[in-house]
Design a protein around this ligand. Structure first.
Ligand SMILES: Nc1ncnc2c1ncn2[C@@H]1O[C@H](COP(=O)(O)OP(=O)(O)O)[C@@H](O)[C@H]1O
Ligand SMILES: [Mg+2]
Length: 316
């Protein structure tokens, strides 16, 4: 991390921070999504995680789908000038595959280091998304590097890779390795306590209504001068609190991800009102919502969502 400089936290992350609070930022040539809205408390914890001693450098972020877990880590690293690689794992993911792969080049196969191995060697953050979907036995093989300050053997090539001091490992998941009891997240397994115990696990809370409006307007600036951001956010939050993932009965949700999609579709020319026949006009608000998150959902769930949304937005 040569060539870095100190940057004010308020400027870097777009959050309120005490004057003079600054962090060291490495190479700044990374692409930043200025639309990401940081949760201040979580940000403070992330900053302390990055400064942590070896042994406390393994981080997990858990929370509901679409609350911004993966983007949080990516955007944090982008602003800090830290390399970031992420991969979504599943029940089929083998430990080996996190290190790299064989590629055919000029007619012969060559091994190309990627992801975990690349970050371990050169410094940077490697993130395994949906971590607890991985086979628990495979996941336990990570202990080799989670615990040690030393080296890591590439199981594919046998090569021993020295650990870069700026290597960090993190995961995201809908559960913290306790399996899924809500029924919303099929494939989420119970992980071993031995594995969980090696992580600093943070729960990413839901955004505040205020932050969510900020996010929507940053993502869809055309909505800024309209009353819609406030109403769409209230509607989304009402639906969300009825979602099974949060203990309700609804199998569908308007996650922050879906909210941004809804806003984008709503302002797109493709969703302008048109005559559906006999002078009946389409409703852009409903049509964009359906395409954002309701298509394919059972009829009763759709109806329930529309009822909730209607209490916040006048959609006829
Ligand atoms: N705090 C946030 N600020 C801006 N956009 C967000 C935020 N949280 C979620 N989003 C939106 O939701 C999408 C999904 O976020 P993501 O990080 O993939 O969620 P997760 O990993 O929790 O499922 C992002 O691409 C972004 O559009
Ligand atoms: Mg994710």
């Amino acid at each position: 991390m040569e060539d870095g400089k100190m940057v004010a936290i308020s400027t870097l992350f777009g959050v309120e921070a005490p004057e003079g609070a600054a962090v060291f930022v490495g190479n700044q040539s990374r692409e930043i999504n200025h639309g990401y809205v940081f949760n201040k408390r979580i940000l403070r914890k992330l900053l302390s995680w990055f400064e942590a001693e070896p042994g406390f450098q393994n981080l997990g972020i858990v929370g509901n789908a679409g609350v911004g877990k993966t983007t949080l880590l990516k955007e944090f690293c982008a602003r800090m000038g830290i390399e970031f690689r992420s991969v979504s794992v599943s029940g089929d993911t083998r430990f080996e595959s996190l290190f790299g792969r064989r590629e055919i080049r000029n007619g012969s196969t060559e091994y190309v280091e990627q992801g975990l191995a690349e970050m371990f060697r050169a410094g940077g953050c490697f993130c395994a998304n949906e971590f607890f979907r991985m086979d628990p036995g495979e996941a336990m093989r990570m202990v080799e590097f989670l615990d040690s300050e030393g080296e890591l053997t590439n199981p594919e090539t046998g090569e021993v890779i020295p650990r870069h001091p700026d290597f960090r490992f993190c995961f995201t998941g809908n559960s913290g390795g306790f399996g899924d009891e809500s029924g919303a997240y099929a494939g989420e397994r119970r992980g071993s306590f031995a594995l969980r115990d090696r992580f600093f696990i943070m729960e990413l809370p839901e955004m505040s209504a205020e932050d969510e409006q900020k996010m929507l307007v940053l993502a869809v600036p055309q909505l800024e001068t309209t009353p819609f951001p406030e109403r769409m956010v209230q509607a989304a939050r009402a639906v969300r609190s009825a979602f099974v993932g949060r203990g309700g009965g609804l199998p569908v949700d308007i996650s922050p991800r879906a909210l941004v999609r809804w806003g984008n579709l709503f302002v797109s020319p493709a969703y302008q009102a048109y005559d559906t026949g006999n002078g009946v006009m389409s409703n852009p608000m409903i049509e964009s919502l359906e395409d954002a998150c309701l298509n394919g959902a059972p009829d009763d769930a759709r109806e329930a969502v529309l009822e909730l949304v209607k209490t916040w937005i006048d959609i006829g």
